[in-house]
Design a protein around this ligand. Structure first.
Ligand code: NAD
Length: 238
């Protein structure tokens, strides 16, 4: 289970740190709360905000980090059931983690839809709009269109829920670079049907319910995930 912290070493800011995206967006768009930026209602009212953001969030020159490559390495050893990512930067794909292992819990920029009628939209049309600075509107209902990045107020992809069904089979959950605050993603380690050990690699303690789940069946390694996975690979013979 991974989040924005595994991509900070690639130069992409996380959300909740002091220099993170939430603060930057709140200041730029004068929002009452930073989360407001990613509300579906905000997008329907002011779709250009997200188009401008997408233009700034240029991922073409960003590369996968050691932490992403670590996940691919474990996958190549056939040790991974799923990589559940909250990230929308697509670096898991750049690290060549196979699609059947990859669960984009909060969507991605590879496909698009109309935010009003939900019909599928060719992502190239949206990308052209982003480049030109013009919102692309749905040919059927005239609603604004956006990439399939999940906003607050939108449902998670079906694959997220399907993959969850298979999780009771796992014996270890590695949690990396996430504050573990966004539900339902954050709930996964707490689900009663999962009896897996947890390995948490993060700069700070994580979890909305405190750390109780770490007491009996988890290990927390504090620090940068890239350094921790290098240390982990030195210590553990795979
Ligand atoms: P978050 O900002 O809430 O938490 C990130 C966590 O990672 C923090 O606890 C921080 O201390 C830690 N961290 C930062 N750099 C680290 C490093 N090098 N090593 C170890 N830990 C590090 O992010 P989140 O939990 O992923 O949730 C926020 C939401 O933001 C998600 O829904 C995600 O979709 C979105 N988001 C995605 C990206 C991206 O795609 N790269 C970037 C920002 C936000």
């Amino acid at each position: 289970m991974v989040g924005a912290g595994i991509s900070t070493s690639a130069g992409i800011p996380d959300f909740r740190s002091n220099t993170g995206l939430f603060k930057q967006l709140q200041d730029k768009y004068n929002l009452s709360s930073p989360e407001e930026f990613f509300q579906k209602t905000t997008f329907l009212k002011n779709p250009m905000y997200f188009y401008e953001f997408t233009k700034l969030f240029d991922l073409s020159k960003v590369n996968a980090t050691i932490s992403h490559k670590f996940m691919n390495f474990l996958t190549s050893k056939n040790m991974v059931k799923f990589v559940f990512t909250q990230n929308i930067d697509g670096l898991e794909k750049k690290a060549k983690i196979p699609d059947d292992k990859l669960v984009f819990a909060h969507g991605n920029f590879y496909t698009g839809h109309c935010a009003q009628c939900n019909c599928s939209i060719d992502i190239e049309k949206i990308n052209e709009g982003v480049k030109k600075g013009e919102v692309y509107y749905c040919p059927s209902c005239k609603g604004p269109c956006k990439p399939n990045v999940v906003f607050y107020g939108e449902g998670l992809p079906v694959k997220f829920f399907e993959s969850l069904q298979q999780l009771p089979e796992v014996d270890l959950i590695i949690i990396m670079g996430t504050s573990l605050k966004v539900n339902p993603f954050a709930m996964i380690p707490y689900l009663p049907e999962i009896h897996a050990y947890k390995l948490v690699l993060n700069m700070e303690e994580v979890g909305q319910f405190g750390y109780y789940f770490l007491e009996s069946d988890a290990l927390f390694i504090q620090g940068k995930t890239d350094n921790s996975v290098i240390k982990f690979l030195k210590d553990v013979k795979l």
